[in-house]
Design a protein. Structure first.
Length: 254
């Protein structure tokens, strides 16, 4: 099966545009690529194809983000958040096996709820604060992030919320996010080869989105220091909130 037998040229061009925007956002703020990709692609593609499409672009861009400061720094981040990573991996594999049996409406709700919740609490300025890392809390949040990530490809909201609550320094947070998302993307690929979401006919579509996503991320990185981060973050969160609420509407009303 060829790529153009899976999508028409207009859908492919639109998908590339979504990947470009998702990469740009990630380059600017260090996260949100899966949310933008799966939310945007689900607007005009079946949810399972949208999930398959985000796998390779997410893997490549998160790999770059994780290793941007070198392998020793990435290993240090892995050690610091090993409980989160281990819990996330186990529950990601579990969640991935559930997705193929879900109705489309349920899948849209699973995507829409965490996106909307994360964007809403951030837009409202709600801040969760943890004075010290807690293995028990890290285990719980990692499990939730992994399970939701396995089903939807989105594990960013609980991850960002946890790192922000710990008041993680910006450079460390960017690196840790890259490591968590990068390892999560590897696990997601393996899990969805097993679930049947990522297969011979959907892999070319995912591969086709790597280049526009990488270009978008490069543009975002170049602009990162030139654009007011607070304003851009608010605009990004508002877009995600609107997108998430629309996914909820589609999941509830069809």
């Amino acid at each position: 099966m060829t790529l153009l037998s899976l999508l028409n040229p207009n859908e492919l061009l639109l998908a590339a545009g979504v990947a470009l925007v998702a990469g740009w956002v990630k380059g600017m703020v260090g996260f949100a690529m899966p949310m933008v990709l799966v939310s945007g692609l689900s607007m005009f593609l079946p949810p399972d194809l949208a999930l398959a499409g985000l796998i390779l672009p997410t893997l490549v861009t998160n790999g770059f983000q994780a290793l941007r400061e070198g392998i020793p720094a990435a290993i240090s981040a892995m050690k610091a958040f090993r409980v989160f990573l281990a819990a996330g991996l186990v529950f990601l594999l579990i969640g991935a096996q559930v997705v193929s049996s879900l109705p489309a409406s349920t899948f849209l709700l699973i995507i829409g709820i965490p996106v909307s919740f994360f964007a809403l609490i951030q837009v409202l300025g709600v801040q969760l604060v943890l004075r010290n890392p807690s293995p028990r809390i890290e285990l719980g949040i990692g499990s939730v992030a992994g399970f939701v990530g396995g089903m939807s490809g989105i594990w960013g909201p609980p991850t960002v919320a946890y790192l922000t609550a710990l008041n993680t320094p910006k450079a460390m947070q960017m690196r840790v996010q890259g490591v968590i998302y990068g390892l999560g993307a590897v696990a997601l690929l393996v899990a969805h080869v097993g679930s049947g979401i990522f297969r011979a006919d959907t892999a070319p579509f995912s591969a086709a989105l790597i280049l526009p996503a990488a270009i978008g991320m490069w543009i975002g990185l170049q602009l990162q220091s030139r654009i007011d981060q607070a304003l851009f973050r608010k605009v990004t969160l508002l877009v995600l909130l609107v997108t998430g609420l629309n996914l909820l509407r589609r999941g509830l009303l069809g």
